[in-house]
Design a protein around this ligand. Structure first.
Ligand SMILES: Nc1ncnc2c1ncn2[C@@H]1O[C@H](COP(=O)(O)OP(=O)(O)OP(=O)(O)O)[C@@H](O)[C@H]1O
Length: 702
């Protein structure tokens, strides 16, 4: 194609973009006006006006936020259809004043063909055009001619494919924006039905995380009231998500999607420390459920072992065995300790009453008065509080650090070695690990909530004077919004759960996640070949099935690796193939002609070689460099590198590298990662598949 045709084509797209941005500015002005108008209404002061104001200001502000957030790259696609129509696809749907569609939202059914049409199945699309822009200026266009027979003879076709052009660009700290280049197999998973369970599997770099997040955005678009009202919980490596959402999917705002890592699902706790795989396997095993059940029924450390009470000159006594029997009676199997405290207290009072009667205390009042008298006494109340305190899951988990208790709880469930390993893990560190968070959640379910005086529930639809009214759209929106804002910290009734890196969710973690998705539909994405789980794989499958329940499953497999150059993925593939010769692997689509560098150096030269390699990569790639190390080496390697590279360089362990992506990677001591018991090869496969452009591996010898 000659330059003048290209210029003409770009100029034509520019005219459309000008129209779109002019309309956007108008919409923004009217949103700002509506917001102001809303505040003016507030001054009228009556209740109806306030409700109206609230709804108006909220909508206008939300609209303005969306318009601002989606400004960059607003229009990214154009379809020329067989019937002569032209359709523009973008981040938002925009209509002109006369209701002509200027842009179709990428999530709308009409936009599906943009992602799904292929030359074999053009779906009515003659030419698909990807438009790149910077601010309001068109910078580049790329075409795919999908149905040459239907194309008018003068239809220009520009460029050689948008996908490869996008993939060759360097990455910043966040993930790449894929909305303009979502591929057909990805789009099918994104638009899978909202109900049931959508399972997406695929090897490294196939876009699983990108698909999971775009699916959340799609569901919100498809049925906003259902998903925004109930909320979407997204679980995965949180740092990746936060950066991704900030830069790529701003429409997944705070009110609609809640982001958590497995270490932050329990209220008030944010754990980031990972246990060694052999400890994580014990903490993640379903056998821990029984271990914790025993702990949750056990006596509190240092609690009184007997009760002595002087009552009208007579000593009343309850011995340890008697107190234990009262606790056992008040706490039948399945009862929650914090919720049946009252029954325990009643048991103590009843035992004291029958003792007082047996002893024939003179002047003994009626049973009720006797009990009231005791309850009024501070020493008696102090005893009850110490004997059966309200327990927080953290208290009970800490008991596992006591060797004698742990042996008692774990006896017959865990092996001697496992008890020693677990004990050492709890004695060795006071901070909670990621795996501990699921144990806290289990304990929370076992202990129950402390009884509190019943409080009246707030009804979001209750208007002034107790009238239950739900009439206007504004009311409904207001109620849903309020419900979202008022979601308690341990909210569990999500409408949808998205689980990324699901291969690393342990059985105990599936129980924790499942508690939050009882009413939900699910999207679960993962790659079994990347799992760090070294425990029983069948137990893992069982726990997952239990969490997902009997809902219908929709399965999708992604087959193209968009991250790694073909040369880099060849090294990763060879590694995993040694352990799993029959594994289906994705195809890497992009070749750079640059092979990874694989160095073997004498141990004393490791430091200098790592520093040199990292500095070299910083010069060779524009974006980020990740230095990936075996877990025990991280701090040492970080010290070697000091401030080299600043923000552009990150030192992470092989476990922390999950889900991450860098332009260049220096992998330190891959042999040590491979040798880790249980999951070594799989962890190494993860580490080898993080780089987009350059990979240097450095193995020390001796
Ligand atoms: N259709 C696409 N167009 C452009 N880039 C894409 C596309 N799909 C995925 N990518 C890019 O490929 C990279 C890998 O995507 P992502 O991290 O979602 O893969 P993943 O399957 O979750 O990988 P892993 O299992 O290795 O963590 C990202 O940079 C992503 O932006």
């Amino acid at each position: 194609m000659d330059q003048s045709t290209l210029d003409q084509e770009i100029a034509a797209e520019q005219r459309h973009l000008d129209r779109v941005y002019a309309r956007l500015a108008e919409l923004r002005r009217s949103a700002v006006h509506a917001e102001r108008e809303g505040y003016r209404l507030a001054r009228v002061g009556n209740f109806g006006a306030l409700v109206e104001r609230d709804a108006m200001v909220f909508h206008a502000a939300q609209r303005r936020h969306v318009l601002d957030a989606e400004y960059e790259g607003l229009v990214f696609g154009r379809l020329d259809l067989r019937d002569g129509q032209t359709l523009y696809v973008g981040r938002l749907g925009i209509r002109d004043e006369d209701a002509t569609t200027l842009v179709v939202d990428w999530r709308a059914p009409a936009a599906a063909a943009f992602y799904q049409a292929t030359p074999a199945e053009p779906l009515g699309v003659v030419r698909r055009r990807t438009i790149q822009s910077s601010g309001e200026r068109v910078t580049r266009i790329e075409d795919d001619l999908l149905d040459p027979d239907a194309a008018p003879p003068d239809m220009p076709v520009v460029g050689d494919g948008a996908l490869l052009a996008t993939l060759s660009r360097t990455t910043g700290r966040g993930m790449r924006d894929i909305v303009a280049t979502i591929q057909r197999e990805q789009d099918e998973a994104i638009r899978s039905p909202g109900s049931g369970v959508t399972l997406v599997s695929g090897g490294p770099g196939t876009g699983k995380t990108a698909v999971a997040l775009h699916r959340a955005a799609y569901l919100l678009y498809a049925d906003r009231s259902r998903y925004a009202g109930g909320g979407i919980l997204v679980i995965g490596p949180s740092s990746v998500f936060v950066e991704y959402i900030a830069s790529v999917l701003p429409s997944l705002g705070e009110d609609t999607a809640t982001l958590h890592s497995l270490g932050s699902l329990f209220p008030g706790v944010v754990a980031t420390r990972t246990d060694p795989p052999e400890v994580a396997a014990i903490k993640g095993s379903l056998r821990m459920r029984r271990v914790l059940e025993r702990a949750a029924r056990d006596a509190v450390p240092d609690s009184p072992t007997e009760l002595r009470l002087l009552y009208r000159g007579t000593l009343l006594r309850l011995e340890r065995a008697e107190l234990d029997a009262i606790r056992d009676r008040a706490l039948p199997r399945g009862a929650r300790r914090n919720e049946v405290r009252r029954a325990g207290f009643d048991g103590v009072l009843a035992a004291l009453w029958s003792q007082a009667r047996r002893l024939g205390i003179t002047g003994l009042p009626e049973q009720r008065a006797f009990e009231d008298e005791l309850i009024d006494r501070t020493d008696f109340r102090d005893f009850l509080k110490a004997w059966w305190p309200r327990l927080h899951p953290r208290h009970v988990l800490a008991w596992l650090a006591e060797p004698r208790r742990l042996r008692r709880y774990g006896g017959g469930l865990l092996s001697g070695t496992e008890i020693r390993l677990l004990g050492a893990a709890y004695q060795g560190s006071a901070s909670l690990s990621v795996a501990d968070v699921a144990l806290l959640d289990e304990l929370d379910a076992l202990l129950g909530k402390p009884m509190r005086p019943a409080r009246q529930k707030r009804d979001p639809f209750q208007l002034a004077g107790g009238v239950r009214e739900l009439s206007t759209f504004a009311d409904r929106q207001r109620a849903a919004r309020q419900a979202a804002r008022e979601r308690p910290e341990d909210y569990r009734d999500y409408a949808h759960l998205v689980v990324d890196e699901s291969q690393d969710v342990s059985p105990m973690q599936w129980r924790m996640v499942g508690r939050r998705g009882r009413l939900a539909s699910w999207t679960v994405v993962g790659d079994p070949a990347q799992t760090a789980w070294t425990g029983d794989p069948q137990e893992l499958a069982r726990a997952r099935d239990q969490a997902l329940g009997r809902r219908r499953r929709h399965r999708f497999t992604l087959t193209t690796n968009y991250r790694n150059s073909a040369e880099i993925f060849a090294v990763a593939a060879a590694e995993i193939r040694r352990a799993y010769p029959d594994l289906a692997l994705p195809t890497a689509v992009r070749s750079t002609g640059i092979d990874p560098v694989q160095l073997v150096v004498p141990a004393p030269e490791l430091e200098a070689t790592v520093v040199t390699a990292a500095s070299a990569l910083l010069g060779e790639v524009e974006g980020t460099v990740g230095v990936i190390t075996p877990v025990p080496r991280r701090d040492q390697v970080a010290a070697w590198l000091g401030a080299i590279g600043g923000e552009r360089l990150q030192v992470v362990t092989s476990l922390e590298a999950k889900g991450m992506e860098y332009d260049g990677v220096v992998l330190v001591a891959p042999g040590e990662i491979r040798a880790e018991p249980g999951s070594g090869v799989r962890t190494l496969y993860v580490a080898l598949s993080r780089a987009t452009q350059r990979l240097t591996t450095i193995d020390p010898t001796g």
